[in-house]
Design a protein around this ligand. Structure first.
Ligand SMILES: *[C@@H]1O[C@H](CO)[C@@H](O)[C@H](O)[C@H]1NC(C)=O
Ligand SMILES: *[C@@H]1O[C@H](CO)[C@@H](O)[C@H](O)[C@H]1NC(C)=O
Ligand SMILES: *[C@@H]1O[C@H](CO)[C@@H](O)[C@H](O)[C@H]1NC(C)=O
Ligand SMILES: *[C@@H]1O[C@H](CO)[C@@H](O)[C@H](O)[C@H]1NC(C)=O
Length: 433
């Protein structure tokens, strides 16, 4: 069996093939010393007046600067609009220091000759994004749980996070099944649990035909049915990071109300081709509906937005590759085509779900990785996701991300978002408490 082919989803250019015409809850700071608590909050208020990183502003307090009153209007920095800038201090782990790297993303181990792609950090236009601090993250996550819900790119993010934390601690495997698609990790000293739920289509799905029109499988998607493999298991989690995308490029047959309603490039007689966006939208709608209908769920849902692939000079299965060795600047490319469409659909469904969730006090947030990753054509494994002597049919992987690599920045984003939550909830309590 060709595991790798199974795992590397189709790239976006697939659809462009005209011939086929397919188209902090405030970290319960009781566990953190009070001093840290105050410093942390006030540092951010100081931060509002000058674009410094929170870590810079600790010193402001020590210098005896007066604490500012709470600003009425917060000027929140848009973390997700910016540029990649050189970072000679990266990477923060290696293929030998971290065991959690999936073989297919282990670019160092498989001899990727250039290392420059690891040495960049994300710089938002209007502020700084601090590099991930594993101790801080673990402290924030004490007694909490985080679930990744999605496909192998979600797993890619989880493994990046495990490697970044590995400078402080490794988790132990507390999985409830031998199935690697449903791993569960525990950071025992912190009572922090991390889990991954494999659900590339987010809704209930089954393979209808392992071959199908493109020889990549034809999937039956039950667009109005929950994928109980994850929906029945996530209500205990404090944070869910949900994502999805690349699998929707493949042929699919759509079911609603137990009947076929259409498909995406299934080439079946009498089945209307509704395109992939139809399924993508409905899948997110159903996934968010599942979350909002969980009676015991009190956690935060984080949508990790679509991360574009970067096949050039051909489709994924026609020799397309990603050979660049440097990031783009933001003025050198723009979000378009299926990347843009996926992004917009996600955001629309997210907004609807957020409104719905708010009625019962559920928080929805966006980890908006799309723009940052669009600028990283250099961050994929290409052919360095396996040994060059391995006897399997393999495509160039321009979908997943090398570890270490640009996906490590997602943890920078995540930690900063969690820290900002703390401030938000502190402010809410002052205003309404
Ligand atoms: C660990 O965290 C869970 C919540 O995730 C909580 O129910 C449990 O009491 C905690 N255990 C300890 C020993 O603090
Ligand atoms: C397609 O639909 C037509 C009209 O309803 C019917 O006559 C034909 O048998 C159907 N073909 C298949 C393959 O189901
Ligand atoms: C993008 O911006 C940089 C820096 O401002 C500039 O040097 C470069 O010429 C611009 N490139 C394009 C394609 O506009
Ligand atoms: C590689 O795999 C093919 C098909 O599985 C097999 O026929 C062939 O003998 C293998 N070649 C080597 C060098 O192992």
């Amino acid at each position: 069996m060709n595991l790798h082919g199974n795992e590397v989803p189709l790239g976006k250019n697939y659809t462009l093939n005209k011939t086929l015409a397919i188209v902090f809850t405030l970290v319960i700071l009781t566990v953190i010393p009070l001093l840290y608590n105050l410093v942390d909050y006030y540092s951010v208020f100081l931060l509002n007046s000058s674009p410094k990183s929170p870590s810079d502003s600790y010193s402001s307090i020590e210098e005896g600067e007066e604490l500012q009153p709470l600003p009425i209007q917060e000027e929140e920095c848009d973390l997700f609009t910016g540029e990649w800038i050189p970072n000679p201090n990266a990477p923060y782990y290696t293929s030998s220091s971290c065991w959690a790297i999936h073989e297919h993303q282990n670019c160092m181990k498989y001899g990727r000759p250039d290392g420059g792609f690891m040495q960049w950090r994300w710089k938002p236009d209007d502020c700084d994004l601090p590099i991930f601090n594993p101790s801080q993250f673990l402290e924030l996550m004490r007694g909490k749980s985080l679930a990744f819900v999605g496909d192998s790119v979600g797993r890619n993010q989880m493994q990046s996070l495990i490697c970044l934390i590995s400078r402080v601690e490794y988790p132990i495997d507390v999985s409830y099944t031998a199935d690697d698609n449903f791993k569960r990790w525990s950071y025992e000293r912190y009572n922090f649990t991390m889990a991954i739920f494999w659900t590339p289509h987010l809704t209930r799905a089954a393979i209808g035909d392992t071959d199908g029109p493109t020889k990549t499988g034809l999937f039956n998607l039950y667009l109005d049915e929950y994928d109980v493999e994850w929906t029945t298991k996530i209500d205990e989690f404090d944070y869910i990071i949900i994502s999805g995308g690349h699998w929707f490029f493949r042929p699919m047959v759509y079911y609603e109300n137990h009947r076929i309603v259409g498909c995406h490039y299934c080439l079946l007689p009498n089945v209307t081709d509704l395109g992939m966006y139809y399924g993508y939208r409905k899948a997110f709608r159903t996934a968010f509906k599942a979350i909002n209908s969980l009676k015991n769920f009190k956690g935060m849902t984080i949508l990790r937005t679509f991360a574009p692939s970067h096949f050039e000079n051909g489709l994924w299965n026609q020799g397309g590759n990603c050979l660049r060795t440097k990031p783009f600047r933001s003025n050198e490319t723009q979000l378009e085509g299926s990347d843009l469409e996926f992004y917009m659909i996600q955001m629309e469904e997210f907004k609807t779900a957020e409104r719905e969730g708010r009625k019962r006090g559920l928080k929805f947030r966006v980890l908006d990785t799309t723009q940052a990753m669009l600028l990283r054509p250099d961050g994929h494994p290409s052919r360095y996701g396996h040994s060059s002597t391995e006897n399997v049919t393999l495509y160039n992987d321009c979908v997943h991300w090398c570890l270490p690599g640009p996906i490590d920045a997602w943890s920078d984003f995540l930690l900063e978002m969690l820290k900002m939550e703390g401030i938000r909830s502190f402010r809410d309590r002052l205003e309404f408490g």
